[in-house]
Design a protein around this ligand. Structure first.
Ligand code: 8YV
Length: 328
């Protein structure tokens, strides 16, 4: 990368403090209007920039990256998930990719726990009864939900976020189970009193609540397929704060409609921002607009990570959050 300030194109508006620091350190081109870039604008950006800072909604696929200019050396993703970037093409073109892991763990786990509470306890349904003016008085058999304490939670993907969910859920009296490519370190497993399942199928059939906390990769696309969803107990709930693509959303909507799954809490969708119209009609779902990591503190921390990644890279060092295609 040349000695002068690198030309950094930021695709969306970021917190003020981050944008200001970026302007101080780099030749930063900001998106003050915060309008998502079109494909043509993204192509123009990858052709001009030394560094591009995309977000989850900017799809840097093979077709866009194959048009990248010689100057583009770094994609410093503002986000932990990198499924918006074609890592193979980036690698083939010698473009380094970084992300922002670790700083959105607790916030995402909080929203996951909120959904784990909200769906079985019918919190949003109850709240909307009040706001519609339909609360006619208490009765012993009205608005009954499901107790959390003593139930089994199956976490799919026991990385940082999965473990943070497990810690919270344990405090609520849930029994922790998990499926992961491999078992986590014994001391953590013991602390969480967690049970490892190498067979996802076997775990699914036994859980009361399932939480999706794995990244979206070619290996996890539709991991919860129609066949696997059918393994779940009809009384079970499912929560997804990872990526919509991990669940066959159509199959899930059909099963929720048919009461073959008791309820769902979804913060992410397969064709975001579109939401399957079937889901919108259901009473047994809580739907959120991809806000798992949406805290002011989290966004600033993410921005700081992006800056550190760009700065270390521009100074000729290995950036701390380098993503390797082989990691996925
Ligand atoms: C962020 C996320 O909002 O980091 C991720 O992977 O899904 C989100 O929580 C998003 O990535 C910002 O680009």
């Amino acid at each position: 990368m040349p000695n002068k300030k690198p030309l950094v194109i930021v695709t969306r508006r970021l917190p003020d403090a981050i944008e200001t620091r970026m302007r101080e350190l780099f030749d930063a081109r900001l998106n003050v209007d915060d309008v998502a870039m079109t494909r043509d604008q993204l192509i123009d950006a990858v052709q001009r920039a030394d560094v591009i800072v995309p977000t989850v909604t900017d799809r840097l696929d093979a077709r866009i990256l194959s048009r990248a200019g010689e100057r583009l050396r770094l994609i410093a993703n503002f986000g932990a998930g990198v499924d918006n970037i074609d890592l193979e093409t980036a690698r083939a073109r010698g473009i380094t990719v970084t992300n922002t892991p670790g700083v959105l763990t607790e916030d995402t786990a909080d929203i996951t726990m909120a959904l784990i509470l909200a769906v079985p306890r019918r919190i949003v349904e109850g709240s909307s009864i009040i706001s519609r003016g339909e609360f006619k008085g208490w009765s012993p058999t009205w608005m009954l939900g499901q107790r959390l304490t003593g139930k089994r939670l199956g976490i799919i993907g026991m990385g940082r976020i999965g473990q943070a969910v497990a810690r919270r859920a344990k405090a609520f009296g849930l029994q922790i189970h998990y499926h992961n490519r491999k078992a986590i370190a014994k001391p953590i497993e013991e602390e969480l009193e967690a049970t490892y399942w190498d067979s996802l199928d076997q775990m699914l059939a036994r859980m009361d609540i399932v939480s999706v906390n794995c990244p979206h990769t070619p290996a996890t696309y539709h991991l919860l397929s129609a066949r696997r969803l059918k393994l779940m107990k009809p009384s079970a709930f499912i929560v997804n704060t990872a990526r919509g693509e991990v669940i066959d959303e159509n199959a899930l909507a059909r099963m929720l409609e048919a009461n073959e799954i008791a309820g769902a809490g979804l913060d992410v969708f397969e064709h975001e921002p579109a939401v399957n119209p079937k889901l919108l009609k259901l009473r047994n779902v809580v739907l959120l607009p991809h806000m798992g990591s949406a805290t002011l503190e989290g966004r600033i921390d993410m921005g700081e990570k992006v800056i550190i990644n760009i700065k270390t890279f521009a100074d000729g060092h290995k950036p701390p959050d380098r993503v390797l295609a082989a990691m996925l």
